[in-house]
Write a protein that binds this ligand. Structure first.
Ligand SMILES: [Zn+2]
Length: 108
C-alpha cells in the first residue's frame, strides 16, 4: 500500500508586505494619469459599455444599460503603465472583484 506524500515540508510562499505596499502605490498612481483615463474610456467603447466576463457560455448582462458601475480591468500586468488595448477589458463591479482577486494573487 502506498502512502500519501508528506506535504507538510512544502512551506507556502511568504507574503511580502513591503512589495505589496510598493505595488499598490504604483497602481494608485497609474489610475490618476490622463492616458489611463483615455484608455479606460476606449476600452468601454470597444466592449459596448458592457461587462465582457463569460460564465458557462453566457456573457454577463451587467453594464451601462442596467446601471452597473463599470471597471477597466488589467487582463495582464505585463505592460503595466503602457498597456495595449488587448491588455484591458470592461468588467462590471461584481465580476471585477472576482477577476482582480485572481490576477493580483499572481502580481502582488
Ligand atoms: Zn459582470
Amino acid at each position: 500500500m502506498r502512502h500519501a506524500p508528506n506535504l507538510s515540508r512544502t512551506a507556502p510562499p511568504k507574503a511580502n508586505p513591503e512589495r505589496q505596499k510598493r505595488r499598490a502605490a504604483a497602481y494608485q498612481a497609474r489610475l490618476h494619469r490622463a492616458d489611463w483615463k483615455a484608455k479606460r474610456i476606449a476600452t468601454f467603447e470597444r466592449d459596448g459599455w458592457r461587462c465582457v466576463r463569460v460564465v458557462a457560455g453566457q456573457r454577463c448582462p451587467n453594464g451601462r444599460a442596467n446601471g452597473t458601475a463599470l471597471h477597466c480591468n488589467h487582463r495582464t500586468y505585463a505592460r503595466f503603465g503602457h498597456e495595449l488595448p488587448e491588455d484591458l477589458e470592461t468588467l462590471c463591479a461584481c465580476c471585477d472583484r472576482i477577476v482582480t482577486a485572481m490576477t493580483r494573487a499572481n502580481w502582488m
